[in-house]
Design a protein around this ligand. Structure first.
Ligand SMILES: *Cc1c(COP(=O)(O)O)cnc(C)c1O
Length: 397
């Protein structure tokens, strides 16, 4: 084994030989992180504005998170769901509290976003009806059920026939939404701000109509807050600042600050009672290590003023970015932002930014997405915005 060198080029070759092609060739080999910075194998530092795709809520190696995970690993890492642990109970209670879910609401824990969606879809089917409504541009995960409500043709088409019948509706088109419901509609699934299709917010009018139509047709409103949840938009859950209540909410990504976890909250006793013993389950769901990581993340968000930071730094980025020539607008809320470019050069800007020491991504050819750690500072953000200004002065206007 010790014959294996660990330089970057060699690791990338070995990666290509060992791994399936799903993600394409990795752009860098990273070896450590601290706060909003990561370092590659050659010792070069990068400002991480992608946050592991909205996962590293507290940045890298946050001391309280590290201590909680270390202590829990040394105490009790996993038991089966024949049993429970103090960490598991505490996390479910905490999620019910911060979600403001009504009396009788309940939680299911799993390990990823797609699994949380899968559980939500199964709950909707278990309630009796069979059809689904979802939105054009949606992304809900890669397992077969989640894929059936994911719109992106490249992701779904190779895998048909998919297991759910889904009507897709253009975002923010209330008339089309109303027309998509049938007596067989089990649920409408939506992201309050679509992430993977380029940071596309839904309007309050559309969200209100979604709630009304679900009530009218006896369908469940499943809100996918896998990306928008856990303080990402400056409130605990994005739907809370848009005045409507879901029937089911799916969470994952930032919830445990880098530890794999997913969660489903069923609002009210009727939805919460859909699953009976044996109806659903998963081996890793809610193990004490994952729950300790999540509790440490939620504690830090509360104790370190992170909700306020998300609002303030998000607003700062919006103001500064909007004034950069070549930026046509800024979409999103809090620290889930899409910088819209006048020219379709976002895909080329990403490797240029990486070369300059900034990690961002381009969900669309005209959009750079920022979903950094929630404790990013304005000064850190400014270093990227300065670079972007220079880049766009050369390439983008
Ligand atoms: C990432 C994401 C998912 C899927 O989560 P995984 O953990 O990758 O399975 C689902 N919905 C949304 C909105 C996401 O951003």
């Amino acid at each position: 084994m010790n014959a294996m060198p660990n330089d970057g080029a060699d690791l990338l070759t070995r990666y290509g030989e060992a791994f399936m092609a799903t993600y394409g060739p990795p752009q860098r080999v990273f070896v450590k992180g601290k706060g909003s910075y990561v370092w590659d194998v050659d010792g070069k530092r990068y400002l991480d504005l992608l946050g592991g795709i909205a996962v590293n809520a507290l940045g890298h190696a946050h001391p309280a998170w590290v201590k909680a995970v270390q202590d829990q690993a040394a105490t009790l890492a996993h038991v089966s769901n024949f049993f429970t642990t103090p960490e598991q109970v505490a996390l479910a209670e905490r999620l019910l509290e911060i979600s403001g879910a009504p009396e009788g609401s309940k939680v299911f824990l799993c390990s990823t976003g797609t699994e949380a969606i899968e559980a939500a879809l199964k709950m909707a089917r278990r309630a009796g009806k069979t059809e689904f409504v979802a939105l054009e541009g949606s992304f809900h995960g890669r397992t077969m059920g989640a894929l059936a409500v994911t719109h992106k043709p490249a992701a779904r088409e190779p895998y048909g026939p998919l297991p759910l019948e889904t009507n897709f509706v253009p975002v923010n088109d209330e008339a089309a939404l109303a027309a998509a419901f049938t007596p067989d509609t089990a649920a409408l699934v939506l992201e309050p701000i679509q992430g993977e299709s380029g940071v596309r917010p839904l309007t309050d009018a559309f969200l209100a109509e979604a709630r009304r139509l679900c009530d009218q047709h006896g369908a469940l409103l499943i809100v996918d807050e896998v990306q928008t949840g856990i303080a990402r938009t400056g409130v605990w859950f994005a739907h809370q600042s848009h005045g409507f209540r879901p029937d089911i909410m799916a969470l994952a990504k930032g919830l445990a600050g880098g530890f794999p976890i997913g969660a489903v909250i069923a609002y009210g006793p009727e939805v919460a009672g859909v699953f009976s013993k044996g109806d659903h389950g998963t081996t890793f769901g809610g193990n004490p290590l994952a729950c300790a990581a999540a509790l440490a993340t939620l504690d830090a968000i509360e104790q370190e003023g992170i909700l306020e930071n998300v609002k303030a730094v998000g607003e700062h980025i919006r103001e500064v970015a909007s004034a950069i020539p070549g930026v046509s607008g800024v979409r999103g809320e809090g620290l889930m932002l899409g910088l819209a470019l006048e020219k379709e050069i976002a895909v080329e800007a990403v490797p240029a930014a990486l070369e300059a020491g900034f990690i961002v991504n381009a969900p669309r050819p005209d959009t750079i997405r920022l979903i950094p750690a929630l404790n990013l500072t304005a000064e850190e953000a400014d270093t990227f915005l300065d670079w972007l200004k220079g880049y766009l002065a050369k390439e983008g206007t």
